[in-house]
Structure formats: structure tokens, C-alpha cells
Design a binder for this molecule. Structure first.
Ligand code: AMP
Length: 276
């Protein structure tokens, strides 16, 4: 399959196409499909990959129960205009088991999600590097939903001189504001209702910032109080950070990002909003 992908991409390139890749873990939703649209605006031949990457999951995380529906994904991807879906088996991506060589972040990978998911971004950067090598795309499209991931991928291509343009597309949300995620199917009805609190808290911070409030501790306290009023929401982190260094800011200026992670029952959700 890797060889077939390489051959198909070579043919597309020979025909004059500009190649985009959209990496996903599947169970596609409108957030993923919006990345295909973005890819279409930057390239003429689109590879969508579907791979639940075992090395980015920690022990006790949801690797084995991660939702999958390849048949439906293939239909959705094709209908949206993907030219090729690459859905390799684990044995194809990691024929020798755990790789002996990986791509790992330095300290940027220890902040936010990285602090709670050790090894996660090492797994992400390794599999994205492999995908880039297999597809050799001109452009790769990621979602702002995974904000820290997008930051690290920009640094990946910059720091390792990879010749791939990185596009980051906005977060696609459900009608009540909840960020779309394959993991939303895990939520019970009550959890799903209370999950809206994440978006509401982020929106409140943005409103306050627009009203001229710039002290991060004040904004965070107000958001925390709103989130704590929802008993099913167990906050993991809530921070306002610099969009490049990911370090917490004391004084908020335009471009800072509010980032949140919370558990609802056993389901971990993340969300973020740029204060602009
Ligand atoms: P995943 O399948 O969750 O690994 O996501 C694959 C890609 O889709 C990543 O670049 C995500 O950031 C992006 N993505 C996931 N959910 C959304 C969303 N709600 N809006 C925009 N992009 C998203």
C-alpha cells in the first residue's frame, strides 16, 4: 500500500498536480472534511490518510476503543473530493513494532497536553514525518482544534527543513459550540450537554478581552468558575498562552490562545480560542 501510494502520487505529480495531504485518525466528521476543502484551495490532488497511530496513545488511553468506520470514511472522503485515501495497517506503518528512530519535540512538547500525555507528540511527529516521506506533499493541512499539534508541526517542518507548506484550518463546531471530535460519540447525553461549557468559557474570555480586560488571572478565574459550575466537567488544564512559545502569559495581548482540556466521564476533550 505504501508503494501504491507512492506510485499514485508520482503519476499525479507527473500529470502536473500539486499534492496535499490531510492526516486524520478517521471516524470522519465535518471538521476533517473542512480540511479537505482547505486542501482543495491549495492543491489539486488530495491524499487523506486514516491511521489510528498506536505510538501516540499512552497506557490507559482509548487506543483500543477509538471509534472506527472505514467504509463510511471512504464514502465521505470520496464525496468531499479526496483523490486517494491512505488507510494503512499498523503492521505496514510499524513493520518492526516500536520504531527504533523517532521524531520527538523538545520542551514545547511538554506543555499543555504534553504535560498530561507524555510521549504523545513524539508519536504524532513521528507518524507525520513518515506520512510526509510516503506522500511527499507540497502542502499538509491540520486543524486549529489541535492547537499544540499545529504549533509543533510548524516547528517540525521549520526545524528539520522539510519542504512542506503547513495550513491550519479553523475549528468546526456543533450548533451549540462544542468542537467537533471523533471522541464526542463517547459522551452520554448529560455529558454532551455539559460539554458545551468549554466553548462557553472560551467565548466568555474572548468577550472579556474585547471589553478591555487583559489580566490572564482574572479571565482564568472567571472561566474556571463557569466550568466548575458544571459538575460533570473535570478540568485538566486551562491556560492562556503565547501562540508560539506556549508559555502562559500574565497580560493578554491579541493572538494569545486560551486552551482547555477536560474530562467528561472517561472522555477527554480539548478546545481553544485565539483572542484577537
Ligand atoms: P484527528 O482525526 O482527531 O487526529 O484529527 C485529524 C485532523 O483534523 C487534525 O489536524 C485535527 O486538528 C483536525 N480536526 C479535528 N477536529 C476538528 C474540528 N472540529 N475542526 C477542525 N479541524 C479538526
Amino acid at each position: 500500500m505504501k508503494a501504491e501510494v507512492r506510485a499514485a502520487v508520482a503519476r499525479a505529480r507527473a500529470a502536473g498536480h500539486r499534492i496535499a495531504v490531510v492526516p486524520t485518525m478517521g471516524y470522519l466528521h465535518e471538521g476533517h472534511l473542512s480540511l479537505v476543502d482547505r486542501a482543495r484551495s491549495r492543491a489539486s490532488w488530495i491524499v487523506l490518510s486514516i491511521f489510528v497511530n498506536p505510538i501516540q496513545f499512552g497506557p490507559g488511553e482509548d487506543l483500543t476503543r477509538y471509534p472506527r468506520d472505514l467504509k463510511r470514511d471512504l464514502e465521505l472522503a470520496e464525496a468531499r473530493g479526496a483523490d486517494l485515501v491512505f488507510a494503512p495497517a499498523v503492521s505496514e506503518m510499524y513493520p518492526d513494532g516500536d520504531p527504533a528512530v523517532v521524531v520527538a519535540p523538545e520542551r514545547l512538547g511538554d506543555r499543555l497536553c504534553g504535560a498530561f500525555r507524555p510521549g504523545h507528540f513524539r508519536g504524532v511527529l513521528t507518524v507525520v514525518t513518515k506520512l510526509f516521506e510516503i506522500v511527499r506533499p507540497d502542502v499538509a493541512v491540520f486543524g486549529q482544534k489541535d492547537f499544540q499539534q499545529a504549533v509543533l508541526i510548524r516547528r517540525l517542518v521549520r526545524d528539520l527543513d522539510m519542504d512542506v507548506a503547513i495550513e491550519v484550518a479553523p475549528i468546526v463546531r456543533e450548533r451549540d459550540g462544542l468542537a467537533m471530535s471523533s471522541r464526542n460519540v463517547y459522551l452520554t447525553r448529560e455529558e454532551r450537554e455539559q460539554a458545551q461549557a468549554l466553548f462557553l468559557a472560551l467565548s466568555m474570555a474572548r468577550t472579556r478581552f474585547h471589553q478591555g480586560r487583559t489580566r490572564a488571572d482574572e479571565l482564568l478565574a472567571e472561566m474556571r468558575a463557569a466550568l466548575e459550575s458544571r459538575p460533570l466537567v473535570r478540568l485538566q488544564y486551562l491556560e492562556i498562552v503565547d501562540p508560539e512559545t506556549l508559555q502562559p502569559v500574565a497580560q493578554v495581548s491579541a493572538g494569545a490562545v486560551v486552551a482547555v482540556a477536560a474530562f467528561l466521564g472517561g472522555t477527554r476533550l480539548i478546545d481553544n480560542m485565539v483572542l484577537d
